[in-house]
Design a protein around this ligand. Structure first.
Ligand SMILES: O=C(O)CCC(=O)C(=O)O
Length: 316
């Protein structure tokens, strides 16, 4: 059976060495060095458990080529939305990619001092716009995804590039989809909490949370004392999977480039649609309905992707 990842040099495929802040419902995120499609589907995706594939994409040319300088060259003339996320508010401004890449390089040269509000090229469908980038990501574990996403997986991906210190506050992915996250350059710290812990984290609206898991204010949020966050560092060349509804807080530990694919299986899209009357915004219901037509009813990608595409630019 095909396996994604680097050939393990150690005999122990499951290294449980990730720290937890407290006893976690997941107790830890297993770290593996290779994973077959069947093992991934049965023991992680459908079992709703996260997993880190250490070094699984380290041999991709992306991990040798991609850097802010590279994006200045290959996508410099593109205008991209850049977000500033501050105190629960997302502000979006437009930058030329070249200008933004230079901003990151200048911060690196200056020693990456972190200030409060950092503009972050966050969650944009860049690989769908510059499709040649997908060629840098081979071999790609297409079979980890449901059939709908496999042929043009890059079209479904969301790209992140920013300086050290960018933070995506605590949230879950809006479609209640699974997340396959590829770290290409630099490192990020994830704090993960299982979906069952939404009630401990002071939910705001549909998918954001007021608790800051890096500095929890137990006076304001005493219920967070019951939470079981897991902290994990994801380095260049690593692939992280976390299941639908996982709460995550993400900090860039250095200048960083990553991309993620939010994807559904039949089970996860049905579970998501069951939340339609539990505060899910109308547009999210709409995108989940389109995904159900693709993943369950198997309507062709040529019909479903044009309807789904605006989701990739949806700020929620
Ligand atoms: O990398 C980040 O800053 C955020 C990633 C994220 O939230 C996601 O992929 O859903």
């Amino acid at each position: 059976m095909a396996k994604f990842g680097i050939q393990a040099s150690s005999k122990a495929p499951h290294d449980q060495s990730v720290s937890t802040l407290q006893n976690s419902a997941w107790s830890s995120v297993p770290i593996v060095t290779q994973l077959s499609d069947g093992d991934f589907a049965m023991n992680y995706r459908d079992a709703m458990r996260p997993v880190l594939l250490r070094g699984a994409c380290a041999n991709w040319s992306a991990c040798h080529r991609w850097s802010p300088e590279y994006f200045e060259q290959v996508a410099g003339s593109l205008t991209v939305p850049v977000k500033t996320i501050h105190k629960g508010e997302i502000r979006v401004s437009s930058w030329r990619m070249a200008e933004y890449a230079r901003f990151i390089m200048e911060r690196q040269e200056a020693g990456d001092h972190v200030s409060e509000e950092l503009p972050y090229c966050h969650d944009i469908p860049l690989l769908g716009l510059v499709e040649s980038l997908a060629g840098d990501c081979q071999p790609f574990p297409t079979n980890f995804l449901s059939r709908w996403y496999r042929r043009h997986w890059w079209r479904y991906s969301q790209f992140f590039m920013g300086p050290a210190g960018t933070v995506t506050p605590l949230h879950f992915d809006t479609l209640l989809s699974h997340n396959l996250f590829f770290q290409i350059y630099g490192a990020k710290q994830f704090i993960l909490l299982p979906p069952s812990e939404v009630t401990h984290c002071a939910r705001r609206g549909w998918r954001w949370f007021d608790v800051d898991p890096e500095h929890p204010d137990y006076g304001r949020f005493p219920q967070y004392k019951q939470a079981t966050p897991t902290v994990i560092t994801v380095n260049a060349g690593d692939v992280l999977f976390f299941p639908a509804g996982t709460l995550h807080h993400v900090r860039s530990l250095s200048a960083s480039i990553s991309f993620a694919i939010d994807f559904h299986t039949k089970q996860s899209v049905l579970r998501a649609l069951a939340h339609s009357n539990k505060g899910m915004p109308g547009r999210v219901i709409y995108y989940n309905a389109i995904t159900a037509m693709a993943v369950i009813a198997k309507m062709p990608e040529a019909m479903t992707f044009p309807l789904y595409r605006p989701y990739l630019r949806y700020v929620s």
